[in-house]
Ligand binder design. Structure first.
Ligand code: KIV
Length: 268
């Protein structure tokens, strides 16, 4: 890999400083990371959303460190030049600073990830200081935090009232102060997304938080139509699910009718 082509924290900081919007997308395997890079995506998130997109779980809670390590290593193999963020799964950093440092360190060492992301606000400022002090770049994640779905009682927009809006802003500032290089802002009202973005000197990466964020992140399966469910914050750029089903139906029909394989697909 040409080291000059490698995307780093500095590349992202320069793009942000020059006013470019940052484009992030999730990827969960080598095919997807390759496609994301050929599509001009700036940086990749191996999200714990892999639990729903690839592992068949109802939410992200069952996702393990082993799941994340395997998928992140595959993403890295597919795109050596990409900036890859490893999403710390539920209960991989909440027990203690030692546990969090150990797991984040393993993620960086064994998968080649460039950074880790964790859900939480000011309560994790101390941990984030230790991580960045140890050389681990950290991305924050506030607003809707899917790992807290059981406490929140569902997936809801966060920050509609004054108190919760002030908390989102205070958390964003605390994360910036602790040293994160960017913050995911999930499902907050657009005006709050704008307010937080203006208050910070690091990028906000929005998902369902409106157009004023410094960049956007989306789940690749939502963009490509690989799953039936479409969240409000996502836009379909392709109906790949329907195209793939049609292609597989043609294959099945041709095998059954004897149309496939032909001489062209056979060895003499
Ligand atoms: O796991 C994930 O895909 C995420 C994004 C929705 C930001 O955390």
């Amino acid at each position: 890999m040409d080291i000059m082509k490698k995307v780093t924290v500095s590349t992202l900081a320069k793009r942000y400083a020059s006013g470019e919007k940052l484009v992030m997308c999730t990827a969960y395997d080598a095919i997807q990371s390759r496609l994301c890079m050929s599509g001009g995506i700036d940086f990749l998130l191996v999200g714990d959303s892999v639990g729903m997109t690839h592992l068949g779980y109802e939410n992200t809670l069952p996702v393990s460190m082993d799941d994340m390590l395997r998928h992140t290593a595959a993403v890295r193999r597919g795109a050596p030049e990409a900036f890859v963020v490893f999403d710390m799964p539920f209960m991989s950093y909440q027990e203690s600073v030692e546990q969090a440092l150990h797991n984040a360190g393993s993620a960086m060492k064994t998968t080649g990830a460039d950074a880790v992301k964790l859900e939480g606000g000011a309560e994790y400022a101390g941990l984030i200081r230790q991580m960045t002090g140890a050389g681990i770049p950290v991305m924050g994640h506030i607003g809707l935090m899917p790992q807290r779905v059981q406490v929140a009682g569902g997936y809801k927009v966060v920050g509609r009232d004054d108190e919760s809006a002030e908390k989102v802003l205070a958390d964003a500032l605390a994360l910036q102060d602790a040293g994160v290089f960017a913050v995911v802002l999930e499902c907050v009202p657009e005006a709050l997304g704008e307010r937080v973005t203006k208050a910070l000197s690091i990028p906000t990466v929005g998902i369902g938080s409106g157009k004023y964020c410094s960049g956007q992140v989306q789940v690749i399966c939502d963009l490509l139509g690989l799953m039936e469910f479409k969240p409000k914050h996502a836009k379909r750029y392709l109906e790949a699910g329907a195209l793939v089903s049609d292609a597989l139906k043609s294959y099945a029909d041709e095998v059954r009718s004897g149309e496939f394989p032909t001489a062209e697909n056979s060895f003499q």
